[in-house]
Design a protein around this ligand. Structure first.
Ligand SMILES: [Mg+2]
Length: 338
């Protein structure tokens, strides 16, 4: 029960955090529905109204809050300082009675191993690049840190559960996308800017953040390990660029950039929704929610992107008090608004 509510500040950090939760809530009922069934229930434009009071979110928002609070509590942005806080927040989430929102198997498996006190490089699911690591990473993009620190934090929070190099690279790109938008980039510029970043980072293994994680992969060197992840992201970004080169036919974006169950597709398909509806934030959420794929994660990331551009004025005002965890979203946004 929330005793009182402070109004969220109107800036881009609030817009992005609330946008993530709004997209997650709109996509929650559609995650496991076909597009035909979604259109039958909501019409061709998809769901555009929050349902319930509170309007419930899923594990996407819950885990983004876990990352957010770990970042808020850390005395320093280093692997040594942040890792135990992330671990504790993830374990608290895993054990919470509210962890009943169709959570991802990779996160549950990794948390079970983390709870035994094992080093995270051993606890993580080394072969998983499910979208569970980048659906929760957007708070990293709100921090006022240099890009190496942003990259390290984004990859570390991914690595605790998803040890696959593509999970690491896609998480960095997702956080970097939010950062670019906060700094004033236009949504339409993102595919090009993210592609540039992926080329620059292609052989950069962040040992100071990841330690010996690469050794679980079977790759001969750390550079070859991480390059595999960046190259998969580059392929997804090429599909995104090809999709955006043509006109919008109004259909399911998953046909063009993938269903988003895996990390690089969640990023690409969410960006496709955001770019297509750059001036209609709720439309971006509805487009993400009306998909055959991982609707809540796609809509959540689309919301984090368009929300970073428009801030709270982009969202219906009355949603801010109805969304689940509004108090926590407000507290983090207030701390990080620049
Ligand atoms: Mg979810």
């Amino acid at each position: 029960m929330i005793a009182f509510m402070i109004s969220p500040v109107p800036g881009p950090a609030a817009g992005s955090l609330f946008g993530l939760a709004y997209g997650d809530a709109l996509g929650k009922p559609t995650e496991f529905l076909s597009v035909a069934e979604i259109e039958r229930r909501y019409g061709p434009a998809g769901p555009r109204e929050l349902v319930g009071d509170p309007a419930l979110v899923t594990d996407d928002t819950q885990m983004a809050l876990a990352v957010g609070w770990a970042l808020r509590e850390t005395p320093r942005y280093t692997a040594e300082a942040v890792e135990p806080l992330l671990r504790q927040r993830f374990l608290d989430w895993a054990a919470s009675p509210d962890n009943n929102r169709a959570p991802g198997m990779t996160c549950l498996r990794a948390c079970a191993e983390l709870s035994r006190g094992r080093p995270w490089q051993q606890a993580t699911v080394a072969g998983s690049k499910g979208c569970g690591a980048n659906m929760r990473v957007t708070p990293v993009g709100l921090l006022d840190v240099d890009l190496d620190t942003l990259a390290g934090l984004a990859q570390l929070q991914a690595g605790l559960t998803h040890g696959h190099p593509t999970g690491l690279a896609a998480s960095e790109l997702t956080a970097y996308a939010v950062r670019l938008l906060i700094d004033g980039a236009a949504l339409a510029e993102l595919p090009g800017l993210l592609t540039e970043r992926a080329h620059e980072q292609r052989t950069v293994y962040r040992a100071d953040w990841l330690g010996d994680l690469w050794q679980r992969s079977g790759e001969p060197t750390p550079e070859e390990f991480i390059t595999r992840g960046w190259d998969e992201c580059l392929r997804a970004l090429r599909r995104l660029a090809a999709a955006l080169a043509g006109p919008d036919d109004g259909g399911d974006p998953c046909r063009l950039t993938g269903e988003g169950w895996i990390a690089e597709e969640a990023l690409a398909t969410a960006l496709l929704c955001a770019v297509r509806h750059a001036d209609d934030p709720v439309g971006a959420l509805a487009r993400g929610a009306a998909t055959a794929g991982d609707s809540d994660s796609i809509a959540a990331l689309a919301g984090a992107f368009v929300g970073a551009v428009h801030g709270m004025p982009g969202w219906p005002a009355e949603w801010a008090t109805r969304i689940e965890y509004a108090d926590q979203l407000t507290a983090l946004a207030t701390a990080w608004e620049r």
